[in-house]
Write a protein that binds this ligand. Sequence first.
Ligand code: MRU
Length: 322
Amino acid sequence: MLVNGRQYRTLWWEDGALKMIDQRLLPCRFRILSVNTLGGVCDAISDMAVRGAPAIGAAAAYGMAIAQLQGLGLKESYERLYNTRPTAYDLKDGLDHYMRAQGEPVEKAVEYANASSERCRMIGVHGAKLMREGLRVLTHCNAGALACVDWGTALSPMRVMKNEGRDLFVWVDETRPRLQGAKLTSWELKQEGIRHSLITDNSAGHLMQKGLVDMVLVGADRIAANGDVANKIGTYSLAVLARENNIPFYVAAPKTTFDRGCRSGGDIIIEERDALEVTHIAGGNRLEMQPITYDGCPARNWAFDITPRKYVRGVLTEEGII
Ligand code: MRU
């Protein structure tokens, strides 16, 4: 991805450590986090320094490499990484790939990260064919390069279009409570030079009703065998609104997000995070969380929801559109 004109990946191996763009601080600060312990990788995933399904899959593979280099038990390390976040299937895919792969520890993780980046690039190649010049796309959360090793899922076709010199416009949901849209997606689109406008999460219905949205395109954290999709909380509401307004609703995801062992969305574990993320709001520096409710206000914080497959027009994958 482009950061001030220079190419970066979300995470990579350098000087004996896993480096990652610290997503908790964007867009106010661009800081590279360096992690060289299994606990450090687990914390980075659960605290969302690295987040987004394919990115945490790759982080988990690097975490296994660190564990193996340090002589830790692979089974216990697998369990610790697996238990960091429950919803994204890519996390398990990255761990399982590592367990199956042959070779040096870091090589195995790099191989997974490279393949993950390529899968996302191909999602863009296939997805861009679906998108016409001037399209107005609405997206939710961050399914961009930051959520992956590179390219993104939902944002990958947009990048491919941009590279082909084709114009499009993106409505960016702010995505409460952690504001991945406001903080990450709008920043990525600016870096890539793609036209966009940030909107509050509550605006989508109004914009659709006014005929200002041609397509909804989001990522996924897990897709069940029947096609139900788990993605960032609020995705289901968008899908229902899109159906009501005759707007095609598409999901972009690599094969590593498909969980054949999960029959339907009802079997997917939905992560519930700390209520503090709802009662407080974080500025660029996570240490600066500000309260927005009275002290002690009860709150709940589900991170994902399930969109039944009947609302999904198609899934953009690295092999084409399903
Ligand atoms: O809680 P997050 O920020 O990890 O949630 C991320 C999402 O919901 C993305 O839409 C999803 O991982 C697909 S990203 C390519």
